[in-house]
Design a protein around this ligand. Sequence first.
Ligand code: GDP
Ligand code: MG
Length: 169
Amino acid sequence: MNYKITVLGSGAVGKSSIVVRYSRGSFTDIYDPTIEDMCTKQDEFDGKACVLEILDTAGQEEYSTMREQYMQSGQGFILVYTITSAQSLDTLREMRNKIYSVKQKPDTCMIPMVVVGNKTDLEDERAVSTEDGKKFAESIHAGFIECSAKANLKIRDVFEEIIRRVNNS
Ligand code: GDP
Ligand code: MG
């Protein structure tokens, strides 16, 4: 089975790092923040083979036609913030609303989403509590995971969770 997954969030929260860590198993400190990339990853969840087509979005043009197109075609959405920035979490509400309006879905309809708090290795710089992240995720009926692309913590869980939600939608 094929899954179209879209990764959204503010700049520098670690979207590309999460996708690269998951799809290639590596991490580097330098990524081009402007690169928007589609990658394909084969995996197996619950004993079922699947192909994930992951769109790693970039850029600030939140309301571009391009952005609407990939919101339209995504089946599941990974909404990333960094635990070091409260603003990066605030941005996700707007993005969530935009996805609903582009897909023309009423609030009662559940679009599969997972809220992801990245950079848990930077505990000293934490600005968003786990509780606040979880509360936001619950408020939009999304899954919730804290992870670290750098420390390679909970990365596969993110994708497992979104696949599970797409399957149940
Ligand atoms: P994007 O703009 O959302 O795609 O963010 P990037 O993946 O390009 O990451 C932005 C910066 O944050 C880069 O310098 C990454 O190396 C760094 N970064 C990404 N994930 C983590 C993480 O889990 N921990 C730490 N400490 N840094 C990270
Ligand atoms: Mg990026």
